[in-house]
Ligand binder design. Sequence first.
Ligand code: PBG
Ligand code: ZN
Length: 334
Amino acid sequence: MAFPTVRHRRLRRTAALRSMVRETAISADDFIMPIFVTYGEGVKNEIGSMPGVYHFSLDTLRGEVDEIVELGIKAVILFGIPESKDSLGTEAYAQDGIIQQATRRIKSWYPDLLVVADTCLCEFTDHGHCGMVHTFERDGHVHGDVLNDESLELLVRTAVAQAEAGADIIAPSNMMDGYVQAIREGLDAAGYDQIPIMAYSVKYASAFYGPFREAAQSAPQFGDRKTYQMDPANALEAIREAESDVLEGADMLMVKPALAYMDIIRTIKNEFDLPLVAYNVSGEYSMVKAGAANGWINEKAIVLELLTGLKRAGADIIITYHSKDAARWLREER
Ligand code: PBG
Ligand code: ZN
């Protein structure tokens, strides 16, 4: 009987040995916490499908931001529900739009906290698409095309308004062609050449955005987003999308969603040398919360395992609704 001389278990014998050879670490530094801001007063409404995530009005936002900062999280990403929506998403680029107001407040409280602005129109348009649409009727149904180049002009205005309000990072999620170049030129022309662009480069047309669309009231009113967001079946196309964003001047790249796309995260990490962001989206969060609420899974263990997995796959930064919980759990572990 020959016993093994190669024994992998030698390095797993004690907690100290395991931590000495651990290849991947996650910390609060890696997380970006999303915040939903809305109009009104005294609003702190939990989002039904996203337990622990709330809509805040400007006057209730402070407590949430205090908590985020106290937990050592360095960045937030803002999403807004405007008071009124219209076909051109006017409030996205209004000087006193909800995101611009929230940004000014947060930066006045915490100048060092990074405010990431999601640059898109779908939360602000009455049709719920990410750009300007041309609608027409056929067979009694409303159809529409999302107009690329016309939308770019509105998106540039949005990015500039966000930078003017004090956003530290512009994160365009609209999936129009040429959006990075257009926004880069627009920011530079307005004097914001030091504001980085975190490009939602590889964004799939995913069912995992369902809870977010409920939260942001941004579901498309006709059609879907498949003419601009990517087909989940495609991997080579992810490289083409990231490549054009790099050429256009993106400072960071993103893959979204995260969990069903870990192969894509690894591919983009290997192909490009920019910091890589993974967006652990709303539906991914809701599934974990539902499982945990039923007592079917150990939420803390599952969340830390998922976030570690995303970093191991190649993500440098993770946008996640679990940020606060994970930061708290990591602090307890120390
Ligand atoms: C807006 C936007 C979406 C998300 C982030 N920015 C929704 C969408 O494209 O429908 C999704 C975030 C999530 O599901 O957590 N374009
Ligand atoms: Zn959008």
